[in-house]
Ligand binder design. Structure first.
Ligand SMILES: [Zn+2]
Length: 505
């Protein structure tokens, strides 16, 4: 992976845009002379080109953080729990009777055998179980676990780090084969999931998002006594949580997708179950997705063609966004996935190897959900120079930026925009197009989509107006940077903007 093979990209040594602010503002005002208040997009574009040449990385980040954004269309909720929420949210479920234990040592209680890659891997530290599961273990194995409440500082740090790709040696295998398994019963807790959803809405709201379409679990969730909730009971918990004041106050609209593990032996049965589930929970759920390693050939797209055709005889209006082309080898997965009926493609990294399908998608109705940080950390590109995103964007294939499993990269949507601008020199018009695409290609019902697009247009006009009045005021003072940008771009622990920056006319 890149951080192993390629040194981090150094911060740009620039004098800083704030230092040249008077000049920049004067130039901008000159451009806008005679304007009636709102800057025309072309003027913002000209200003942004100058800003990019002068701004430090920190100034660019603060600008992108404050910039109005559309939605995040490719987000796995269980992979989007940020480090500083994890422990608190897990402990908070004690109020509902859930208590968690995690494996902090291995005492060779099962010395012979054990499934290293199954749902119950023995040789895996920091596997997290709820009390009812822990009680099923032998006394020897029970002794390997500590209650989450009782972790010492070192264990707690290690438990949190065990679910982030923050080391040079960690990559695709670590992510696919241990991160999800470690979450264990937390992955199957409906209240932890619902609380994590609201935390994401709050954080995305601060970043200027209007919409979140996230993949969320509903199958196999656990009551405190270990009995299972039905998918509809889980949906009711999500619905109720989204009605609470703190969720509503975010102003972020939410729709949900359900996902099937594409290579599971019973994937067709799960597809039938979840397709029917979405059809009877349309107020909140909009789509089915297919996830999991594409280099596992048991999950090739055409496996699901007959099942989907049968489902389409009985149900209407269930949308499909499907991971496709998140793989190293050239193949027809994107083309085959469009045949399945998908309107959106997750990742599409290897679409670049399929010219016929690329031509089909130019200026077309299908969108590719681009995940720049994920693709680098999971080694689908070794360097951003290999990423096909600019080719798609600039040949008219609809694209939007999204965060995938941001908790596991420690990142946010601003980070994706930062990478895109820094690596591919995006223009202002391209930034706006990406945000607009993330709403117009969403699966939000038409009235909500219309409302979101008009809210975005209003926010954008307001932002451009403020920019025209005083460019300094659009640098976010409350931006927080995350681990990925710190590790790769040396943009760490953003301090509040200096008073001079805020007050410079
Ligand atoms: Zn994904």
């Amino acid at each position: 992976m890149t951080e192993r093979h390629t040194p981090p990209t150094p911060p740009r040594r620039r004098r800083g845009w704030a230092g040249g602010l008077c000049l920049a503002a004067a130039a901008l005002l000159a451009v806008l002379a005679g304007g009636a208040g709102a800057a025309a997009p072309a003027d913002t574009g000209a200003w942004f080109e100058r800003f990019k040449t002068e701004a430090t990385d920190e100034e660019l980040y603060r600008f992108l953080y404050a910039m109005p954004k559309g939605g995040d269309l490719h987000n796995h909720l269980s992979g989007s729990v940020l480090d500083d929420w994890f422990y608190e949210l897990a402990l908070a479920q004690g109020e509902r009777g859930y208590h968690f234990y995690t494996r902090v040592r291995i005492d060779n209680c099962r010395p012979y055998g054990g499934d290293a890659f199954g749902p119950d891997p023995y040789l895996l530290l920091f596997l997290t179980l709820q009390e009812s599961s822990w009680q099923q273990l032998s006394p020897c194995e029970q002794g390997e676990f500590e209650r989450l409440e009782d972790l010492d500082a070192g264990q707690r740090r290690a438990w949190l780090d065990s679910m982030v790709l923050d080391k040079a040696h960690e990559g695709r295998d670590e992510f696919f084969q241990t991160h999800w398994q470690r979450m264990g019963d937390l992955y199957l807790n409906p209240y932890f999931t619902a609380d994590a959803l609201v935390r994401n809405m709050q954080a995305f709201g601060r970043e200027g998002l209007l919409y979140l379409e996230t993949m969320i679990g509903v199958l196999g969730f656990l009551n405190p006594d270990g009995s299972r909730l039905t998918p509809d009971e889980v949906a009711a918990i999500y619905r109720e949580r989204l009605r609470e004041a703190d969720a509503v106050a975010t102003g972020v609209a939410v729709k949900l997708q359900v996902a099937i593990l594409r290579f599971a032996p019973n994937a067709e049965e799960m597809l039938r179950t979840l397709y029917a589930f979405v059809a009877r929970n349309r107020d909140l759920f909009v789509a089915v997705n297919m996830v999991g390693r594409e280099d596992n050939d048991k999950g090739y797209p055409l496996r699901f063609l007959d099942t989907l055709r049968a489902l389409r005889r009985d149900y209407h209006g269930v949308r499909l966004s499907i991971h496709a082309g998140e793989v190293d080898e050239p193949n027809d997965h994107v083309r085959d996935t469009l045949l399945l009926g998908a309107d959106r493609i997750g990742h599409g990294v290897n679409l670049i190897t399929d010219p016929d399908t690329m031509r089909l998608m130019r200026h077309g109705p299908y969108l590719v959900e681009i995940n720049l940080i994920s693709n680098l950390l999971l080694e689908y590109v070794d360097d951003y120079a290999q990423h096909p995103f600019p080719e798609y964007l600039r040949t008219g294939i609809p694209v939007a930026l999204s965060t995938d499993d941001r908790g596991m990269w420690d990142s946010n949507l601003t980070d994706e925009f930062f990478v895109a601008v820094r690596e591919f020199n995006l223009s202002w018009d391209e930034l706006v197009l990406l945000s607009r695409n993330s709403l117009s290609y969403s699966f939000a019902p038409p009235p909500l989509k219309t409302e979101l697009l008009s809210r975005y247009a209003l926010r954008l006009a307001n932002f451009e107006r403020r920019l025209a009045g005083n460019p300094a005021v659009v640098l976010a003072t409350d931006a927080r940077s995350h681990g990925f940008l710190c590790r790769r771009y040396a943009l760490c622990d953003l301090a509040p903007a200096s008073p001079e920056t805020e007050e410079t006319p």
